[in-house]
Design a protein around this ligand. Structure first.
Ligand code: ADP
Length: 626
């Protein structure tokens, strides 16, 4: 950009040359006119000088009129010699005879007939004749004048002869040449001085321009620090002020746009949504971190690639599609390890003129949303299904009863018992669903209190012991009627220390009840159920192990799902709703704890509950009691 300008290309040179040329042309025109004028003037003066005066002509005419030729010739010779004239003068009479000459060395021509045709013409026409002629031999210009001599005494201009003057004009031309030479020398000197002045002046003009040029180059490189020196208040000075102002403005604008860019950058990079921006052809120009992470791509390798390719939609869509329909798309980027569903929204970057300069694609992670939606649908279908089964079975029993079975004392009570059981199971299920829904909507308020877990667990287990002894059904949560006749024993392995934890006692007891009930439900007759309580650094862990049929490995991750049952028929037969463990999980998580299961098929299962625990509770409490 900053190519060195050669001197001949510079404004400096151009201004100087214009100055000089102007000066030369002016000088030449003036000179030519002046020399021409001078030349004419000099020739005129010369002509007048060599022309013989009128009185001499009259004298000569008088002599030519005389009849005595010899005396007349003498008189003519005297008149001619008296003339102080450098020209060659001859007097010719009307008959064409030379009567006198001023040339002393050529007196021989006197008396001879002239051969000059010009003289003859003048004699004949009685009209004077002038000419400038060039003599090749002597290399000189001559002025020739032939004037008729008329009789001064006669009114009619009767011609008596001519006077012939021939003058060498060399002196005139020499004079003119000398003047021209002086003029040329003077012009050369003037040209020399004026070129020096022109260069100096044009330097003065171009220096500020040069500085401004340099400043502009610096500005284009992004250096706005310099300021142009202001040399004067003329137009160039004003231009320099304008350049300085411009430099400040551009710097400000540059800073503002840089700040804007940084802000946009930081907004883009902190967005959780992915943003991809492309040019008109759909090639990526900007991609933010979130988008790169979603697509598992490095932003450098993405720049310049087609958006269709990186979104893997080139098979079904074209850039034209996106430009014309600005569609929304659901893109499945799930990998074996994790699922990822993206909602892609396309919009156009359009100028006011309607010119489309690119596409912006916003990627939103809707995996969770989709999962929830799927689960919700699954849940509704499960609930419908779960309620339909007992209702259909009840309907068939009731139909049988209405069709006459009510009269049969053998079957009627049994049928009625089944319908009652189904009704109760539905009520249990609906109650379970209600408490789950309350927990989902967050309307359940936990009634937290500091409890000694040893005591609470002991108390719960004592209730189950009592049931064994009394053989009565606990109706606390209506979950245990299937365990009525089963024999089992409870074994305790508790830590000796009191473990104080903050929980909602009622809800926690429901969870423990549910797990023990399940343990009894899925245990063989006479099975041992081992209940343990221990503490780690910051957790208490409560576990309940049975010797039942266990849970197959593939079902383990799902037993806490709503309505999930390993063996549907069996669970239903035992009055289960498939919601107990789901509720337990919700409760424990609300208490900031964790619930999980470990099981060996055919050997038994162990359910664990861990709760956050701080030793300080205990000491604080003891302190309070004291
Ligand atoms: P249900 O009302 O069917 O017992 P839960 O949510 O309490 O529903 O239990 C879900 C499923 O987990 C049960 O249907 C059962 O298949 C399995 N399960 C729960 N506890 C045990 C256990 N102690 N031994 C074996 N399977 C169990």
């Amino acid at each position: 950009m900053n190519k060195k300008i050669r001197f001949f290309q510079s404004i400096n040179f151009k201004i100087a040359i214009v100055f000089i040329l102007l000066l030369m042309i002016t000088l030449e025109i003036i000179g030519a006119y002046f020399v021409k004028q001078l030349e004419q003037q000099n020739i005129e003066t010369f002509k007048q000088q060599v022309q013989t005066p009128v009185y001499v002509n009259n004298q000569l005419s008088n002599q030519l009129l005389k009849s005595n030729t010899a005396t007349a010739n003498k008189a003519i010779a005297n008149i001619l010699s008296d003339l102080n004239n450098s020209a060659d003068i001859r007097v010719v009479d009307s008959k064409g005879t030379v009567r006198g000459t001023s040339d002393l060395n050529d007196q021989g021509v006197v008396g001879q007939k002239t051969t000059d045709n010009n003289i003859k013409n003048v004699l004949y026409n009685n009209r004077s004749y002038q000419t400038l002629s060039y003599d090749e031999k002597s290399h000189a210009s001559y002025y020739v004048s032939i004037v008729p001599l008329v009789n001064p005494n006669s009114d009619s201009s009767s011609i008596v002869g001519v006077i012939y003057v021939r003058a060498n004009m060399q002196s005139v031309y020499r004079n003119i040449n000398n003047i021209t030479l002086i003029f040329l020398t003077a012009s050369l000197v003037a040209a020399l001085f004026s070129s020096i002045i022109a260069v100096v002046i044009s330097r003065a003009i171009t220096r500020p321009i040069d500085e401004m040029k340099k400043q502009a180059i610096r500005m284009s490189r992004g250096d706005y620090s310099g300021q142009v020196r202001i040399y004067g208040r003329d137009e160039l000075g004003q231009l320099a002020v304008a350049v300085n102002n411009l430099s400040v403005r551009v710097e400000e604008a540059q800073e503002a746009s840089e700040a804007e860019r940084r802000r946009l950058d930081s907004v883009l990079s902190h967005m959780t949504d992915g943003v991809i921006s492309t040019d008109r052809r759909g090639n990526v120009i900007i991609i933010n971190e979130a988008a790169a992470e979603f697509l598992n791509l490095n932003d450098e390798e993405v720049i310049g690639q087609s958006i269709l390719k990186i979104l893997k939609i080139e098979a079904d869509h074209t850039i034209r599609d996106l430009l014309e329909n600005q569609t929304e798309l659901m893109l499945d980027f799930s990998a074996p390890e994790h699922s990822l569903i993206l909602h892609a929204e396309f919009s156009l970057i359009q100028r006011e003129t309607g010119f489309i300069s690119g596409i912006v694609c916003v990627l939103h992670d809707v995996t969770e949303q989709q999962k929830n939606e799927r689960e919700r649908r699954q849940f509704v279908s499960n609930v419908s299904h779960e309620l339909r089964t007992p209702l259909t079975s009840m309907r068939s029993y009731l139909e049988a009863l209405t069709d006459g079975a009510w009269k049969d004392p053998e079957v009627a009570p049994n049928f009625l018992h089944v319908t009652q059981e189904e009704t109760e199971r539905m009520i249990r299920m609906i109650n379970d669903l209600l408490s789950l829904s309350r927990m989902d909507s967050g309307t359940v308020k936990l009634d937290m209190e500091l409890v000694n877990l040893n005591e609470l667990f002991n108390y719960t287990l004592n209730r189950f012991d009592m049931m064994i002894k009394s053989d009565v059904t606990s109706s606390d949560n209506n979950r245990t009627e299937a365990n009525v006749t089963k024999k089992y024993s409870l074994k305790r392995e508790f830590t000796k220390r009191d473990l104080w934890v903050e929980i909602d006692t009622d809800k926690f007891m429901q969870v423990v009840d549910n797990i023990i009930n399940n343990a009894i439900k899925y245990s063989p007759d006479g099975g041992v159920i081992t209940c343990r309580l221990l503490e780690t650094n910051n957790h208490v862990i409560l576990s309940i192990s049975d010797q039942g049929l266990g849970i197959p490995k593939k079902d383990l991750p799902h037993v806490f799902d709503r309505f999930y049952r390993v063996d549907k028929a069996r669970s239903r037969a035992q009055g289960g709703t498939g919601l107990g463990l789901a509720i337990s999980k919700e409760v424990i998580e609300r208490l900031n704890g964790r619930i999980w299961v470990d099981s060996k098929e055919g050997k038994g299962s162990t359910f664990y509950i861990s709760l956050p625990y701080q030793e300080a509770y205990e000491e604080d409490d003891l302190w309070d009691e004291n």
